[in-house]
Design a protein around this ligand. Structure first.
Ligand SMILES: *[C@@H]1O[C@H](CO)[C@@H](O)[C@H](O)[C@H]1NC(C)=O
Ligand SMILES: *[C@@H]1O[C@H](CO)[C@@H](O)[C@H](O)[C@H]1NC(C)=O
Length: 388
């Protein structure tokens, strides 16, 4: 560090408590994430009716409660098979959690449910969860896209609704992660849920609702090549994905590069029309975001873009948090390693209440293990300003 840098650091150090005490905006230059608290929400290993917990999702409700969801796979760790959707709820920002409740039970299906996207509609105060049934066509036909909704802060859930009546029966696996409600034009208020499908076709697809989830229709598609054919290594195969609304109202989608097309890194695609199209001109490869082909987390908080994944070209290890001050054009050199060992899917959330306290934290849920990444589901509270 040169002398100028040292001076700047000292000034920031002196100034920061003043910022916080005055209740003013915290400067992004001070971002120095600290793993502040961590708890295991679910532990796999054939307990009760559950063999393995996987595919964690995390969101705040409009009332400020935290909801954590996961697939509870009944008889094996396989993506197919029968499952529950497990839920735990926290009303104190993740300090304490309710016991697990199973909000959906798919019975004994050969190719049961798969999570999923959680989307919060701030305008009507609802939380919507979208999942698929028979995604892989393993001993079943056709696939269905399903929705449940809570209007009371996650305490109870509607009966499942079959969205395939409106959308068709193509295989669509939402997320995994969160869907978004557009806060800005174009299409302010729209619900946008992106995921991947559809069996051999594959690619990223978004479904849209302009009436708070009553009616859904098919929006943008970023199709794989060769479409509707078996893929080989290095084919173009956009897969699981996380959309984020940017301050200009466009949506960027951070995408799993399933067959390592062009790089062992993430693809990013942008929609400028509220999820109706994903033009190939707006696709790029983010070489900094090295990835072993996995579902990753992305979150924009106060103009800073955050990203979590197992930062490794080949292995699901090294769960790492990165941040960008340039909306993803570049990433800071500093990173926070959340867990060096086995780690898989991750999802992030934060509360934008306007309070200084809520400005300081983001929350990560991720698959964590000592040997295998599906041993536990862990919840991590990250203090963005080094604990101060
Ligand atoms: C959902 O609706 C589609 C289209 O009508 C139908 O083919 C499918 O069997 C339904 N799925 C379920 C789980 O009811
Ligand atoms: C973990 O990720 C960091 C950041 O990309 C990288 O510097 C480090 O080499 C990674 N560790 C392993 C074991 O891959």
């Amino acid at each position: 560090m040169d002398t100028g840098g040292q001076l700047l650091a000292v000034v920031l150090l002196l100034v920061s408590p003043v910022f916080i005490l005055c209740g003013g905006a915290i400067s992004h230059a001070q971002i120095n994430p600290l793993l502040y608290d961590e708890q295991l929400l679910w532990v796999s290993g054939a307990q009760g009716e559950v063999d393995t917990y996987r595919i964690p999702l995390l969101t705040f409700t409009p009332k400020g409660s935290l909801l954590a969801f996961a697939e509870a796979r009944k008889s094996s760790s396989s993506d197919v098979g029968a499952k529950f959707i497990a839920l735990r709820r926290s009303t104190d920002k993740g300090t304490t959690w309710s016991p697990t409740s199973f909000i959906i039970d798919d019975g004994a299906q050969a190719d049961g449910l798969n999570l999923g996207s959680v989307v919060v509609d701030e305008e009507v105060g609802s939380v919507i969860l979208i999942y698929s049934l028979c995604f892989h066509h393993f001993q079943c036909q056709p696939s269905s896209t399903m929705m449940v909704e809570s209007r009371n802060d996650g305490l109870s859930w509607s009966a499942p609704r079959n969205l395939s009546i409106q959308l068709g029966v193509q295989s669509f696996a939402p997320g995994p992660g969160f869907g978004i409600q557009k806060h800005l034009e174009p299409a302010k208020g729209r619900l946008v849920v992106c995921g991947h499908g559809t069996v051999e076709g594959d690619g990223v697809f978004c479904i849209l609702s302009d009436d708070h989830g009553r009616n859904w229709y098919n929006g943008a598609a970023l199709k794989s090549i060769p479409f509707n054919q078996r893929k080989r290594q290095q084919d173009f195969n956009p897969d699981e994905c996380q959309p984020v609304e940017m301050p200009d109202g466009s949506i960027i989608i951070n995408v799993r590069n399933q067959n390592n097309y062009h790089c062992r890194c993430r693809m990013v695609i942008r929609s400028r029309d509220g999820g109706e199209s994903l033009p190939i001109e707006d696709l790029y490869f983010d070489y900094t975001l090295v990835d072993p082909a996995v579902a990753a987390g992305a979150l924009l908080k106060d103009e800073v873009l955050f990203f979590t994944n197992p930062a490794s070209e080949h292995d699901r290890i090294n769960l790492t948090l990165r941040w960008s001050m340039t909306h993803g054009k570049s990433w800071e050199n500093n990173v926070l390693q959340i867990w060096a060992g086995s780690s898989g899917y991750s999802c992030m959330t934060s509360l934008d209440s306007g309070s200084v306290e809520d400005q300081k934290f983001i929350f990560v849920i991720y698959e964590k293990g000592r040997v295998l990444y599906d041993e536990t589901i862990s919840f991590a509270k990250i203090h963005l300003y080094g604990g101060r």
